[in-house]
Design a protein around this ligand. Structure first.
Ligand SMILES: C[S@@+](CC[C@H](N)C(=O)[O-])C[C@H]1O[C@@H](n2cnc3c(N)ncnc32)[C@H](O)[C@@H]1O
Length: 241
């Protein structure tokens, strides 16, 4: 199972930089954090957050379609004392999304592109429902083209935009390991549909869905098509009598 985790570590671009951005946002938040990680994989991000923020992370809900990765995540986070719960969850089965409430942070990295575009409103609607007012949602993933009609010029003149942010000895070793293992595909997961169905959706399309769901939302980080969007749940307006 660790081999599968190595693969996730090795092929994801910009992870070190973006995980630090997410940790910084969590550090700025007031009070204890009750959070969910959607499609957490081996929970590398959560390990980093727990290491940096300690018991400020009070509750951690880990969701993924792959029960083996959830087991691995639990094992790797067992040294931490925060409350931990895991859920087998398919982005493309909204009727089975777990019932959670009162969270103040929902994160997802390198995963929401597995949701089909037509189900994105359900997914963001669920994120809205599990968050308390002013709760924060962060989604980092590869999105569709960010400069419509300009892709060839970008590839020719700025190829580094789509390269890994960091490449060092650790990455080399991880890449070597990942070549020797068959990568499982979301297609193989029982009941899972979607695969990379949402990969072509642009940041703008995501932001429109988020705003229509009741979030204030914007893009906060980008390199090439890899981008991070943040959304904050707007307080319900009080009606004066
Ligand atoms: C590229 S990995 C990212 C893992 C982790 N978030 C990270 O950044 O290290 C994609 C994750 O999405 C999960 N996944 C794939 N299809 C899914 C689906 N239909 N529903 C829920 N999770 C899914 C995989 O099991 C995997 O853990």
């Amino acid at each position: 199972m660790w081999e599968q985790a190595y693969q996730y570590r090795s092929f994801e671009h910009f992870k070190r930089e973006t995980f630090s951005v997410i940790a910084e946002i969590a550090e700025q938040m007031d009070g204890p954090i009750r959070m969910a990680d959607v499609s957490c994989g081996p929970a590398v991000l959560d390990g980093i957050l727990l290491t940096r923020l300690g018991d400020k992370i009070r509750e951690l809900h880990l969701l993924d379609v792959d029960s083996g990765l959830l087991e691995l995540a639990k094992e790797s986070l067992s040294e931490f004392s925060s409350d931990l719960a895991t859920y087998v969850f398919d982005l493309n089965l909204p009727t089975h999304y777990p019932h959670l409430t009162g969270l103040n942070l929902v994160v997802s990295t390198n995963a929401i592109f597995h949701a089909t575009g037509d189900l994105l409103p359900n997914l963001y609607g669920w994120c809205h429902s599990v968050l308390a007012e002013n709760g924060v949602l962060i989604n980092h993933q590869a999105f569709g083209p960010f400069c419509q009609g300009f892709d060839q010029e970008l590839a020719r003149l700025c190829p580094s935009l789509q390269q890994k942010g960091v490449w060092d000895d650790l990455d080399t070793e991880l890449a070597r390991r990942s070549l020797s293992v068959q990568r499982s595909s979301p297609h193989d997961m029982p009941g899972s549909v979607g695969a990379y169905a949402g990969l072509s959706l642009t940041v703008q399309e995501h932001l429109e869905i988020l705003r229509s769901t009741g979030f204030v939302a914007g893009e906060i980080w980008r390199k090439g098509t890899s981008a991070m969007i943040m959304a904050v749940k707007e307080p319900t307006p009080t009606i004066a009598c």
